[in-house]
Design a protein around this ligand. Structure first.
Ligand code: TZP
Ligand code: MG
Length: 207
């Protein structure tokens, strides 16, 4: 099951706010963190996720994901390859991979990923070393090519996404979106999470 709103968090408070707002897919994304501190934060986020029956994905780190029994791991281009993570983690672990191009998506499909995070949609200061911006046209072209290949893999759009982008993005055929700053920088993250989910519901109910 790949729910349609992925929320990237750095701590348990953000996870709690989002879960109260109805989010059921959390990705813990921490950079430059010693393993033990990372694990401590991961366990506190996991406690929230268990209470709300929410999927927990650990960014970058299959070893930590396995050690704490998270639901899955998200792997970028500098992380462990998806095929190797699949061998390490087994068939039931959710594995997502970062994609910036159509070729990336096909590679992840072949290697057994459960979904791809495809981006960036637009510029965002949240991520360093951003790949070229795809824009709406990038998603339209890529999703069309995927349909022509009769290939299917859930595509999660990422990068600078706001709630106002939801109708156009979902119209391209993506399966979901991953969001960080638009929710946690809001004065009311819980209400903003709820707003995102309502917009997604609206955008997908008519298709
Ligand atoms: N990968 C591409 S953009 C991005 C990641 C992890 C950050 C998304 O965060 P925001 O704040 O929603 O742009
Ligand atoms: Mg990574």
């Amino acid at each position: 099951m790949i729910t349609s709103l992925h929320y990237l968090v750095t701590n348990a408070r953000q996870a709690e706010e989002a879960c109260r707002g109805g989010v059921r897919w959390i990705q813990l994304r921490l950079k430059n963190m010693p393993y033990e501190a990372w694990k401590e934060t991961a366990l506190s986020v996991q406690e929230v996720c268990i209470r709300y029956n929410t999927i927990l994905i650990i960014n970058d780190n299959p070893k930590l994901a396995k050690e704490i029994g998270a639901n899955g791991v998200h792997l970028g281009k500098e992380d462990m390859p998806v095929a190797e993570a699949r061998r390490l983690l087994g068939p039931d672990f959710l594995i997502g991979g970062t994609a910036n191009t159509f070729e990336d998506v096909l590679r992840h499909l072949r290697d057994g990923a459960d979904y791809v995070g495809l981006g960036p949609f637009r510029f965002t200061p949240t991520k360093e070393k951003l790949s070229p911006i795809l824009g709406l046209t990038g998603y339209e072209n890529l999703l069309n090519r995927l349909r022509q290949e009769v290939a299917s893999l859930p595509v999660i759009a990422i990068g600078g996404i706001t709630a106002a982008d939801i109708p156009a993005l979902f119209a391209t055929g993506i399966h979901g979106i991953a969001v960080s700053s638009a929710i946690h920088q809001s004065p009311d993250p819980e209400g903003q999470a709820r707003h995102f989910l309502a917009e997604i519901h609206h955008a997908t109910a008519s298709t």
